[in-house]
Write a protein that binds this ligand. Structure first.
Ligand code: ATP
Ligand code: MG
Length: 447
């Protein structure tokens, strides 16, 4: 262990959030040890702004609970306390210890070595060994403002090296998500993964399949919504980490390494990074809709071929299938999967509604997202979809009067397609298919 005294490092209390300081001081004044740890220390030392502040102490969760009225105990796998200050939450963990011969209620792992429960408490040096990377095992001591560095964390920070603490294979088996964290920190901090830390990843990547889908959802957000989506995607593919999480997409890319799916993935990742850098909102609904578009088309084609369903009905059936399959590895909350399906359905309408009906589509709450996906498809595919995307682009970018002209002129080109569409739509009897619930977006003039 190395100690860096307060005059020999750059962390000042001004860089630590007021709430984190309050928690640290309260613990310390009550006679407990209290440290800032993890990303908070690491990022400040690197001159970056920490995303959140994590505190660690020798007080047990119950003792923490007694000390802070605004606290609640959370977690099963890792029990810890959340101290709540309005919207700000400071996570306070108790030093974790080694696993001796303890009972199942306290610590437990499965046949692959994955830790299912880890609630053995210990001392700070044991806690440091239970952390993932050396750069994350830096502790800022509130009692004397020194930094305690374990396993060479400070040195690795200077050398810009991601190094797992302990035996890499064992540590990945305990928690396969550490493989994704290695990638995420490498891209976020612009560091290299040390060779012993990188070496086992390819072989162990399939272990990601067993991680609960709810946890994976959170990890995927951190990977793709923090401005480094493209870099993480590329590195995940190199390490074989993308396939177990997105099997449907990977299958198509494997078939055609430079096909539409591959192009779509690159475009979505790059666009997401651009939006994040411009402080524009990004939503999992659009992200998953775009990523899974070609798997959806493939599935729809298969269903149409097998069952003889219409193009439209096969498309609707495939939406459920593809989303359900993806949710086996990454559980996408309904508030995102439902609008993702809207975006998918709107693709069919966008493909058909050039003309006066286009005005109606503009008002759809998911129009903008659906239009953005159409543009990406146009770029990936060219051809007919490319032409349709170009038409929509000119329509969307035009002012009101120009829009009417554009709409009318395409009505002339395809008169049977769009004329009186509204009237016909209203009079149309309910279709008798299983999917009648979604007849609202059924094209009125197929064939
Ligand atoms: P960021 O918050 O920027 O994503 P972080 O390092 O703070 O990075 P957190 O997920 O907030 O990451 O975790 C806080 C600390 O807890 C980490 O720095 C690390 O010491 C420890 N930790 C988190 N996840 C794991 C894990 N899967 N295995 C071992 N230690 C972990
Ligand atoms: Mg953190």
């Amino acid at each position: 262990m190395d100690i860096v005294t307060r005059d020999a490092h750059t962390i000042s209390r001004r860089q630590i959030s007021e709430n984190a300081l309050k928690v640290l001081y309260r613990l310390s004044k009550s006679g407990y040890k209290a440290y800032l740890v993890g990303g908070g220390v690491r990022d400040i030392l690197l001159g970056m702004e920490p995303k959140d502040f994590d505190v660690v102490t020798n007080a047990t969760p119950e003792e923490i609970k007694k000390l802070f009225r605004n606290s609640r105990l959370v977690g099963r796998r890792f029990r810890l306390a959340h101290i709540v200050f309005g919207r700000d939450v400071i996570e306070v963990a108790t030093f974790r210890g080694h696993h001796g011969e303890t009972d199942d209620k306290i610590s437990k792992s499965n046949a692959e070595g994955r830790l299912l429960r880890d609630n053995v408490y210990g001392e700070i040096d044991e806690d440091a060994e239970r952390r993932d990377f050396t750069i994350n095992a830096l502790y800022y001591d509130i009692s004397d403002y020194s930094i305690h560095s374990y396993g060479g964390g400070i040195r690795d920070l200077d050398d810009r090296t991601i190094r797992l603490i302990g035996d890499p294979e064992t540590r990945y088996r305990e928690d396969p998500v550490r493989m994704l964290r290695a990638v995420r920190f490498a891209t976020k901090l612009d560091m290299s993964i040390e060779s012993k830390t990188a070496e086992p990843i390819n072989a162990l990547a399939p272990l990601l399949k067993d991680i609960p889908a709810a946890r994976m959802y959170e990890e995927v957000l951190k990977l793709f919504f923090a401005g480094k989506a493209k870099a993480n995607y590329d590195m995940m593919r190199d390490f074989g980490l993308f396939q177990p999480l997105f099997p449907q997409i990977s299958a198509l890319i494997k078939e055609q390494p430079n096909g539409n799916t591959a192009k779509m993935l690159n475009a979505v990742m790059t666009n997401t990074d651009l939006r994040v850098s411009q402080d524009k909102p990004v939503t999992p609904a659009f992200f998953y809709a775009a990523l899974l578009w070609y798997p959806l088309k493939q599935r729809a084609d298969d269903i149409a071929l097998e069952s003889g369903l219409s193009h439209y009905d096969a498309h609707v059936a495939a939406m459920g299938d593809v989303m359900e399959q993806q949710c086996r590895t990454i559980s996408i909350p309904r508030r995102f999967s439902t609008p993702a399906k809207d975006i998918w359905q709107l693709q069919l309408r966008l493909e058909r509604s050039q003309g006066t009906r286009a005005f109606k589509l503009l008002e759809h709450p998911k129009f903008r997202a659906a239009y953005d996906l159409l543009l990406l498809r146009g770029e990936a595919e060219g051809g007919n979809i490319g032409k349709i995307a170009t038409w929509w682009k000119s329509f969307v970018e035009a002012d009101e009067t120009e829009r009417s002209d554009i709409a009318k002129s395409s009505n002339k080109k395809g008169p049977s397609r769009n004329r009186n569409a509204h009237q016909r739509k209203r009079r149309r009897p309910k279709p008798k298919s299983d999917n009648s619930g979604s007849s609202e977006v059924k094209p009125t003039n197929k064939g």
